[in-house]
Write a protein that binds this ligand. Structure first.
Ligand SMILES: Cc1cc2nc3c(=O)[nH]c(=O)nc-3n(C[C@H](O)[C@H](O)[C@H](O)COP(=O)(O)O)c2cc1C
Length: 279
C-alpha cells in the first residue's frame, strides 16, 4: 500500500518533516509518495482508492496555509473510512491549526490517526533576517518526526488506534487566534505590496509565476501581483534565479536557504540507515 503525503513548504522546513515521517514509515515497511502542493493537479488523487494519506503545512496566522486549507475544503466526501494524519511546522504559535483541518476532514468521513507539530529553529522565515546562522535543529524534533512515521506504521498495520495527540499549549490562544483570523487577509494584502521588482535583473523565466501556490502572480512582459491572493510565502522570491524580486522591508537580508543549512541537520536517508543498524 502506497501512502501519499501531501505537503506545502516554502522555505523547506515542512518538506524536511514530511521526508522524515516518510522515512519512518519506510522503516515500518510502508511505501510512501511525497507530493508537493504544486504537483497535486497532475496527480489527480482519487480519494476513493486511497486507504491512508497525510497532509502537512507550515502554520501561517495560526492555521495551515490558505492554499492547503482551500484544497482540503474541496476534497470530496468519501464513501468509506480513509485514515489520515497531519503535521505542521511553526515558529511556536501553531494555535488550532491541526484541530481545524482535522474537523474538516472528519466531516468528509475520514478517520484521524495522529498528528505532530514541530517548532522549527528558523524563526526568521517571515521577514527573513540572517538569524538562522545562530540556531540549530534539535535532535529530539528530528527523531520525533521519524518515530512518528514508525508509530503511524504500527497503527496502520493494526487497523485501529490513534496516536496520543495534543496541541502545543499557548496562553490566550483563543483571543490571539480570533485576532489573527480578522487580520490575516488584510495583512497579506498590505504586506504583499512591499514586494519590489527589479526589471533589469529579470530574465523573464516566469519561475515566479509557475511556482506560486495560489496563482497570485502573472507574468506577461510585466509582473503583476494579485494582492488578494498572495499569502506571503515568499516562494516567488526564493525561486527567482536572479534576485529580481525582493522584499522592500529587508532588501539586503541574507536569506534562509532551507533546513540543510542549519546546524544539526541530519538527512532523512541517513537517519533511516542509523535506525536500520540499531535493529
Ligand atoms: C506569512 C507567515 C505567517 C506565519 N505565521 C505563523 C504563525 O502564526 N505561527 C507560527 O508559529 N509561525 C508562523 N510562521 C512561521 C512558519 O510557520 C515557519 O517558519 C514554518 O516552518 C515555515 O515552513 P516552510 O519552511 O515549510 O515554508 C509564519 C510564516 C509566514 C511566512
Amino acid at each position: 500500500m502506497q501512502i501519499p503525503i501531501i505537503y506545502f513548504s516554502s522555505s523547506g522546513n515542512t518538506k524536511y518533516i514530511a521526508q522524515l515521517i516518510s522515512e519512518g514509515l519506510k522503516f515500518a515497511n510502508f511505501e510512501t509518495e511525497l507530493i508537493p502542493f504544486n504537483s497535486l493537479k497532475e496527480k489527480n488523487l482519487d480519494f476513493n482508492r486511497i486507504n491512508v494519506f497525510g497532509i502537512g503545512a507550515p502554520v501561517y496566522a495560526m492555521s495551515f496555509t490558505p492554499n492547503i486549507r482551500d484544497w482540503v475544503k474541496k476534497i470530496p466526501r468519501v464513501n468509506r473510512k480513509i485514515k489520515f494524519f497531519l503535521f505542521d511546522t511553526s515558529a511556536g504559535l501553531p494555535g488550532p491549526s491541526i484541530r481545524n483541518i482535522r474537523k474538516t476532514l472528519e466531516l468528509k468521513n475520514c478517520e484521524f490517526i495522529g498528528a505532530i507539530e514541530i517548532i522549527v529553529p528558523t524563526r526568521d522565515s517571515v521577514f527573513e533576517t540572517n538569524l538562522f546562522k545562530y540556531v540549530m535543529w534539535s535532535r529530539r524534533s528530528i527523531e520525533r518526526s521519524f518515530q512518528f512515521g514508525i508509530k503511524l506504521g504500527k497503527i496502520i498495520r493494526l487497523g485501529k488506534g490513534t496516536l496520543d495527540w495534543s496541541s502545543i499549549p499557548m496562553p490566550f490562544s483563543r483571543v490571539i487566534y480570533a485576532y489573527f483570523k480578522v487580520l490575516e487577509r488584510p495583512s497579506y494584502n498590505i504586506l504583499s505590496r512591499l514586494f519590489g521588482f527589479n526589471s533589469e535583473k529579470c530574465i523573464q523565466c516566469k519561475t515566479c509565476e509557475k511556482g506560486c501556490p495560489t496563482g497570485a502572480i502573472s507574468f506577461n512582459e510585466k509582473l503583476i501581483i494579485y494582492h488578494n491572493r498572495c499569502m506571503l510565502c515568499f516562494k516567488c522570491k526564493r525561486n527567482c534565479p536572479t534576485n529580481a524580486l525582493y522584499f522592500k522591508l529587508f532588501p539586503k537580508a541574507v536569506y534562509f536557504k532551507g533546513p540543510k543549512n542549519i546546524r544539526g541537520y541530519i538527512s532523512p536517508e541517513r537517519l533511516l540507515e542509523e535506525y536500520k543498524k540499531r535493529v
